[in-house]
Design a protein around this ligand. Structure first.
Ligand SMILES: Cc1cc2nc3c(=O)[nH]c(=O)nc-3n(C[C@H](O)[C@H](O)[C@H](O)COP(=O)(O)O)c2cc1C
Length: 212
C-alpha cells in the first residue's frame, strides 16, 4: 500500500499536525500490512503558486499543446495523488482554514480535465475514490462547546477532495494546542484514542477474511 502524506505546517516534522499524522500512518501500516508499505512525504511549503499559463489553461476550453511552468508541476502532483492508496493531510489551522501552502497544493491538483470535469450537473471527479485522512492541529477549539471560532478547514478540504472523486474523508484533530501543557496532552490523547477507535478491527472481521 502506498501513502501520500502532505506535510503542511511550516514547522514540518516538528509540528503537532505531523505528530498526529504519525498515528494515522502507523495504523494504516498495521491494517494494510500484507501489501507492504510505501510512505511518500511531500512538504507543500516548497510549492510555488500557480502561474499565468496555468490560469490561462484553466480558463480555456482545452489544454495547451505543450505544458510549461506550474502546469508541469501540477501534472506531477496529480500523478502522485492518483498513485497513492491513501492520502494523509497533516495540517495546522491557519486563520480558520488551511495554510496557504496547502491551498496552493489544492490549486495544483484540483484541475479541470485532469482531476474533475465540468458537466451540466456540476463538477464530476475523475480520480478513483480512496480514503483521505485529515490530521489537523489548532491553537484554539473549533468543535464542541469550547469552540469560539468557525471551521473553514474541514468542510473546505472535504469538498475539495470530493470534487476530484475522493469521497471517503476522515478527520482527526488536536484542538487547543495553545491552551497549556495539560490541555495539549489531553487533546493529544483524545485524538489518538479516536484514531485507535477508527482503526480497531470489527469483531469477527478477521475470521471473515481468512480463507476457508
Ligand atoms: C498564521 C497562523 C494562523 C493561525 N490561525 C489559527 C486559527 O485561526 N485558529 C486556531 O485555533 N489556531 C490558529 N493558529 C495556531 C495553530 O493552528 C496552532 O499553533 C497549531 O497547533 C499549529 O500546528 P502545527 O504544529 O502542526 O503547525 C494559527 C497559527 C499561525 C502560525
Amino acid at each position: 500500500m502506498s501513502v501520500l502524506r502532505l506535510i503542511c505546517s511550516p514547522r514540518g516534522a516538528a509540528s503537532e499536525s505531523y505528530r498526529l499524522s504519525q498515528f494515522v500512518v502507523r495504523a494504516l501500516a498495521r491494517t494494510d500490512a500484507e501489501r507492504g508499505r510505501e510512505l511518500v512525504d511531500f512538504d507543500v511549503n516548497q510549492l510555488s503558486h500557480v502561474d499565468a499559463e496555468y490560469a490561462w489553461a484553466l480558463g480555456s476550453p482545452a489544454d495547451p499543446a505543450q505544458a510549461t511552468g506550474t502546469l508541469c508541476e501540477s501534472d506531477g502532483l496529480i500523478r502522485a495523488l492518483a498513485a497513492a492508496d491513501y492520502l494523509v493531510i497533516a495540517t495546522p489551522m491557519h486563520n480558520y482554514t488551511v495554510p496557504s501552502a496547502l491551498k496552493a497544493w489544492v490549486d495544483h491538483v484540483l484541475r479541470v480535465r485532469h482531476s474533475f470535469n465540468v458537466t451540466r450537473q456540476g463538477k464530476v471527479g475523475l480520480l478513483a475514490d480512496r480514503p483521505v485522512f485529515l490530521a489537523a492541529a489548532s491553537g484554539g477549539f473549533f468543535t464542541g462547546e469550547r469552540a469560539r471560532q468557525p471551521d473553514f478547514l474541514t468542510p473546505y478540504l472535504k469538498a475539495a477532495m470530493a470534487t476530484m472523486g475522493l469521497k471517503s474523508f476522515h478527520a482527526f484533530a488536536v484542538e487547543g494546542t495553545a491552551m497549556g501543557r495539560e490541555a495539549l496532552q489531553a487533546a493529544r490523547l483524545r485524538a489518538q484514542a479516536q484514531i485507535a477507535g477508527f482503526f480497531a478491527p470489527v469483531p469477527g472481521e478477521q475470521e471473515a477474511v481468512l480463507p476457508a
